[in-house]
Design a protein around this ligand. Structure first.
Ligand code: HPA
Ligand code: ZN
Length: 352
């Protein structure tokens, strides 16, 4: 790693863009671009409460998590058929390939669709087919993580799990998203216990808008292996120590945090504090169609606003993204080697 201290600063943006990386926190419904929302609305005969792509984009002025979620769920209303879910996933995978993402673990929200009368099979088959196409045509590895909506009841989550189980081989884990405040982890302790019994990987959004205690409870009551967001852990130094000791990764989403006002500006983001504490931090795009950019945009804006971040941090973040992923150790080793190759090449001259 010491050789990275000599990495030319002017090549940092190119390193950020071209280094192989994994994305572990992206809601596939949050990748629906306004143009695709309108195209699907037309294809499916759905009437939108916006006259134009521009009018929809103008509505993306969020003040907090809930103001975003209201628009995000409305956007998903154009998804009716298996092909729609496939096309949405493929649009994301093309962006991912451009950002040198080699592996993506995608969140999806079945309840957003089953509540509208769409079968869970339609959702899962469409997304799964997208993942297969991405592997075959783009060489991207991927997996699906089913999220329960925490503003709905635990009974609803149990029903969703039952509906999903016939398709068990198509998803690797369970997450928890939607409105955090007032919907603590304890509300879902029993359904997550069942998910663990089933051998599913466990993650949860915690410490985005909710307090640090929700992160602790996600660990103790849900058995999570990664924390999504988690930036508010710094409010509890003992919790930070525990996250470091147990090497629980945080999937941090910089542009999301600015757009949803978790931090005022990118210069105020606490990612440097998290890294200096020794946490396994990863960078992710969350809902890139709504928050102003895909994964490389997150890296570029974050490094642009925080000049203490350098090439060593870039490489650490890419390594962390592989280490925190749910792939085999052999696969992680291969991606670490590919990362080292990119860094070595870049030190000699521009790659692309
Ligand atoms: N937080 C909570 N729920 C979500 C998010 C988020 O950032 N994106 C999509 N659902
Ligand atoms: Zn999220």
């Amino acid at each position: 790693m010491h050789t990275l201290t000599e990495f030319p600063r002017q090549r940092l943006p190119e390193l950020l863009r071209t280094m192989p990386k994994a994305e572990l926190h992206v809601h596939i419904e949050g990748t629906l671009e306004p143009e695709l929302i309108f195209a699907l609305a037309q294809r499916n005969g759905v009437t939108l409460p916006y006259d134009s792509v521009q009018a929809l984009r103008t509505a993306y002025a969020f003040t907090d998590l809930q103001s975003f979620l209201d628009i995000y769920y409305a956007g998903a209303s154009v998804l009716l058929h298996e092909q729609d879910f496939h096309d949405m996933a493929m649009a994301y995978f093309h962006r991912a390939a451009a950002d040198h993402i080699v592996h993506a673990e995608l969140f999806f929200d079945p309840q957003t669709h089953t509540a509208r009368g769409i079968s869970i099979e339609t959702v899962i088959h469409g997304l799964k087919r997208g993942c297969d196409t991405a592997r075959d045509e783009l060489g991207i590895s991927s997996a699906l993580i089913l999220c329960f909506l925490r503003h709905l009841s635990e009974v609803d989550a149990f029903q969703t799990l039952e509906q999903a189980l016939p398709h068990r081989e198509h998803f690797i884990g369970i997450g928890l998203d939607s409105s955090e405040r007032g919907n603590p982890p304890e509300k879902f302790a029993r359904v997550f216990a069942r998910c663990r019994e089933l051998g599913l990987r466990i993650v949860a959004h915690a410490g985005e808008e909710g307090p640090a205690s929700y992160i602790r409870d996600a660990l103790d009551l849900l058995g999570v292996e990664r924390i999504d967001h988690g930036v508010r852990c710094v409010e509890d130094p003992q919790l930070v120590e525990r996250l470091v000791r147990e090497r629980i990764p945080l999937t941090v989403c910089p542009l999301s945090n600015i757009k949803l006002r978790v931090f005022d500006t990118m210069a105020d983001h606490n990612v440097m504090t998290l890294l200096e504490a020794g946490l396994c931090v990863t960078v992710n795009s969350d809902d890139p169609a709504y928050f102003g950019g895909y994964l490389n945009q997150n890296f570029l804006e974050m490094f642009g606003a925080l000049p203490t971040l350098d090439a060593r941090h870039a490489v650490e973040l890419a390594k962390n993204s592989f280490d925190a992923s749910f792939v085999s150790d052999d696969q992680k080793t291969r991606w670490h080697a590919a990362l080292a190759d990119t860094v070595a090449q870049l030190k000699q001259g521009p790659v692309s």
